[in-house]
Design a protein around this ligand. Structure first.
Ligand code: G4P
Length: 528
């Protein structure tokens, strides 16, 4: 197959949701349709079980699963679909944010009874900032939930989206009969009361056809007619172009568990979802159709075997063809590197491949050369944007608990930070190290992994801070910045890249500091 054909058939996306909305179930059903797995239950949930926060086995179990489900690929109607896993647990939100830099579109799963939940709001905000095309799937229609129109309103208001339904439910919960597929003008109904089998879609372009009454009953037919009339009146007509710009979000209803509405979602997805997109680098816009290879690392995963300290770096291919054993430039350290066993992902397996194309993810074995955000090229010096660090929300001093192992501690900390497990800051005033994380769970992961993989021990001391802000003075030489440095000396630190950060103990402090030193800008992410 030609390069351009390979590119055109790829769809790389992520499924995001609040835990329990049905992400794992939906993923599994998609893989079933792709023939990549044979039975339900094959995809393991990467969820952290409730109440398991101090169970190390649980953390290890989760890590094992998240390697296996990092990328799940399958072929459907000749399209190569790559699903990138996004942890739903809020303590791993930063992992998800980084993965969103590698997707070309997303599907958001919402529980019909719970509506829009906190974690979904955060994740969708990141997608909106980047204009990522979004499809919404409202799940669990077999249960009683919110009214469809109320839910659509909630999605618009809480997620800031502009929606248009491409399917509409007929009844809900006990009365759930099926959906009308607006996209294909078909009726999909359950064929028995147990709600386990589904009829083939019945073509139904004219809803006034009296046959509809015979099929779903007069009451349901009339309600559907009225509701659809409202849908056509109130919501904008679907336009693929506007969806691709990230300005209109189609909505589907269904039940992943009962396999209802999933095929319709997938059929529409393969037709409308974007092919591999161009990506902005610091230097220029890189088009996916360019034939020279470019790609970037968006995730690093430590090997599960502590005896081998090698890691797997996940590279998203932006342009060109990635070839096994070809020399590529590691832009940050200026070295040429060859990879003899790049992994490609298929369902839950990984295998060595000779060639990969834009949209694909390759897993490269790494002995410590890669950091998140690193770029590979055929020689050009470019670095991809859009892998910012977000301000952590928890902070602790880290102390060495075994003086004979300080080198190991140092090395372990640096490598874990390169993987993106947490962020390390060094206070300017006394050089003490502070670990910042999004969730408290990471501290246990770090302590456990330092001990088991590096033979180092650490203890923590709480540091009551609200956020770190990255500091950018309008003019580093002006008096105001000098005064800022003098008065805030105790709260200034450097991040891993050597950028100046300010530790703020409250939102009020940030406000006060900003109004006192207006020419010193404070940012919540490392990229601004
Ligand atoms: P997540 O990955 O988003 O966290 O959610 P997951 O798919 O694990 O689904 C969470 C729970 O919701 C699971 O039940 C799952 O079976 C259920 N579920 C998913 N889709 C539907 C649906 O369409 N209808 C109904 N009624 N339930 C659905 P669980 O009891 O927590 O787990 P399990 O023991 O069934 O695996």
């Amino acid at each position: 197959m030609e390069f351009l054909e390979e590119l055109q058939r790829r769809r790389t996306f992520g499924i995001i949701s609040h835990p329990d909305a049905g992400k794992t179930t939906l993923t599994e059903k998609l893989l079933l349709f792709g023939g990549a797995i044979q039975e339900a239950g094959a995809v393991k949930s990467n969820k952290i079980k409730k109440g398991a926060t101090s169970d190390f086995m649980e953390i290890e179990r989760q890590r094992g699963i998240s390697v296996a489900t990092s990328v799940l690929a399958f072929i459907y109607k000749d399209k190569k679909i790559n699903i990138l896993d996004t942890p739903g647990h809020k303590d791993f939100a930063e992992d998800t944010f980084r993965t969103l830099t590698a997707v070309d579109s997303v599907i958001v799963v919402i529980d019909v009874a719970k509506g829009v939940e906190a974690q979904t709001e955060k994740l969708v905000e990141v997608c909106r900032m980047r204009n990522i095309p979004i499809i919404v799937f409202i799940n669990k229609l077999d249960r009683e939930g919110k009214d469809a129109f109320d839910l659509l309103d909630e999605v618009e208001q809480k997620l800031g989206l502009r929606v248009t339904p491409l399917s509409f439910p007929i009844g809900m919960g006990y009365d759930f009969k099926g959906i009308y597929n607006i996209w294909e003008e078909k009726l999909n109904l359950f064929s028995d009361d147990k709600k386990q089998t589904v009829t083939k879609g019945i073509e139904f372009s004219d809803l006034n056809d009296p046959k509809l009454d015979n099929i779903v009953g007069e009451n349901s037919a009339n309600t559907l007619r009225e509701e659809l009339e409202l849908v056509y009146e109130v919501y904008p007509k679907f336009s693929k172009e506007v969806y691709l710009k990230g300005e209109l979000q189609p909505v589907f209803f269904g039940s992943a568990l009962n396999n209802f509405g999933v095929k319709e979602l997938l059929d529409c997805f393969t037709e409308i979802a974007p092919t591999p997109q161009p990506k902005m680098s610091e230097e220029r816009l890189v088009d996916s159709k360019e034939n020279k290879l470019t790609g970037f690392v968006f995730k690093i995963h430590a090997n599960m075997d502590p005896k081998h300290r090698d890691r797997l770096a996940f590279v998203k291919i932006v342009s060109g063809t990635f070839k096994r054993n070809a020399p590529y430039l590691h832009v940050r350290n200026g070295k040429k590197m060859k990879f003899s066993s790049p992994n490609a992902f298929f369902a839950e397996k990984k295998e060595i491949v000779d060639e990969s194309f834009p949209g694909d993810i390759v897993g490269l074995h790494d002995t410590g050369n890669f950091k998140i955000g690193d770029t590979l090229t055929e020689g050009e010096h470019i670095s991809f944007r859009g892998i910012p660090s977000f301000s952590p929300e928890h902070f602790r001093y880290v102390n060495n608990a075994d003086p004979l192992k300080s080198k190991q501690l140092q090395k372990g900390l640096v490598q874990l930070m390169d993987e993106g497990v947490a962020q390390l800051f060094t206070l300017e005033i006394n050089n003490r190290k502070v670990i910042g994380t999004v969730g408290a769970l990471q501290y246990e992961v770090i302590q456990y992994r330092l001990e088991h993989e590096y033979g180092a021990k650490c203890t923590y001391e709480n540091l009551a801070m609200h956020k770190v802000c990255w500091v950018k003075p309008d003019d580093p030489k002006n008096e105001e910045f000098k005064e800022f440095r003098r008065t805030k000396q105790r709260y200034l630190a450097k991040d891993k890249q050597g950028q100046l950060v300010f530790f703020a103990d409250s939102a009020f402090t940030i406000q006060m500091t900003q109004s006192k030193f207006p020419s010193v800008k404070l940012h919540f992410t490392s990229e601004f």
